[in-house]
Design a protein around this ligand. Structure first.
Ligand SMILES: *Cc1c(COP(=O)(O)O)cnc(C)c1O
Length: 337
């Protein structure tokens, strides 16, 4: 099977496994796991932040950030396609007791003007606008990236209105590689960033939340409350360290391959449109002889897995375990459908 369902499906490479096996470990709830401590330090430094917090999932890092930035009754402003709203089980309401102001952005990206218009006036009827959460790259937006100047404009609005600014950076390295950005600049814009190690970077598990010392201290307390305090998890953190060292630059190959697949798909009569491909995600709108579900079933019969994301859209995600020959085979197969 060639598995395009998600960039989470990768297996650790032999080099990663060897590095994991030799990791020094200790009890992280006591702050004594050297591998976790170094992963947190390395990741924070890369993003120009003071501190980091290793967690089992990106859902947990996002939810901890929302919980730490807000109080019950506050409102979170985000795009309607955001993972924090669509795919975290209603955690904004359940974990933080907050309501959400949804914005209708462009492929998951919102503008400073939209955010400004989404801020509630000082009025007892209204929830207090407290936090803006952005996603880069945007998953449901087909891997779309912000321009850094958009962040600067949004930061200005957030500052003027006393809003905290969080980034769901599940695939932030895809954006950084695509836009040729300096990761350290992100620390000047955001109050917190969630970074997934288990997506395109190819680690088996884990995300890191980065922010100021005082923010991470509070988030660390909530992590324990959420049940996310792990013990000798340095073996997992080591996979993240290895991924940050070895698997960032190669993301460019995934982006190139995603474009090639998109070109091949665009020639099929039942593919009505494809979201512009910027990074490692291809989202095609299916019509004519297939629905999204029947197209993904036809692919599966030929050994290709892709997700029917909505009734009309199929998603392909590129990652470390998809080779160029896998792509060639995929293109041959889709031409035959
Ligand atoms: C995958 C993902 C997450 C985190 O998901 P987990 O499966 O909880 O690690 C968060 N945001 C986006 C945009 C994602 O794609």
């Amino acid at each position: 099977m060639i598995d395009y369902r998600s960039d989470t499906v990768t297996r650790p490479t032999p080099g990663m496994l060897a590095f994991m096996q030799s990791a020094p470990v200790g009890d992280d709830v006591f702050g004594e796991d050297p591998s976790i401590n170094s992963l947190e330090r390395i990741t924070a430094a890369k993003f120009g932040m003071e501190a980091g917090l290793f967690c089992p999932s990106g859902t947990m890092t996002n939810q901890l950030a929302i919980k730490t930035h807000t109080q019950a009754g506050d409102e979170v402003i985000c795009d309607e396609l955001s993972h924090i709203y669509q795919y975290e089980g209603g955690g904004i309401a359940f974990n933080a007791g907050c309501s959400v102001k949804l914005l209708h952005g462009d492929r998951g990206r919102v503008t400073a003007q939209q955010i400004l218009a989404g801020i509630n006036p000082e009025d007892v009827h209204k929830p207090i606008s407290r936090l803006v959460s952005l996603e880069n790259t945007s998953n449901r937006g087909g891997g779309a990236c912000y321009n850094f100047s958009d962040f600067e404009a949004i930061k200005k609005v957030a500052n003027q209105h006393g809003l905290a600014l969080h980034l769901d950076g599940a695939r932030i390295f895809n954006a950084i590689v695509h836009k040729n950005e300096a990761s350290i600049e992100y620390g000047n814009i955001f109050d917190s960033i969630s970074i997934c190690l288990s997506k395109g970077l190819g680690a088996p598990v884990g995300s890191v939340l980065v922010g100021s010392n005082s923010f991470i201290k509070k988030a660390r307390r909530w992590r324990k409350v959420f049940g996310g305090g792990m013990r000798q998890a340095g073996y997992l953190a080591a996979a993240g360290i290895y991924a940050l060292e070895h698997h960032v630059e190669r993301l460019a190959d995934d982006h190139k391959n995603a474009k090639l697949l998109s070109e091949a798909l665009s020639k099929l009569e039942f593919v009505q449109s494809i979201l512009p491909v910027e990074t490692n995600i291809v989202i095609a709108t299916i019509g004519g002889k297939y629905t999204a579900t029947s197209f993904s079933a036809a692919l599966k019969e030929k050994g290709i897995l892709a997700i029917a994301m909505t009734p009309t859209q199929v998603r392909f995600v590129f990652h470390l375990d998809i080779t160029e020959s896998d792509l060639d085979r995929t293109i041959d197969i889709i031409k035959s459908l």
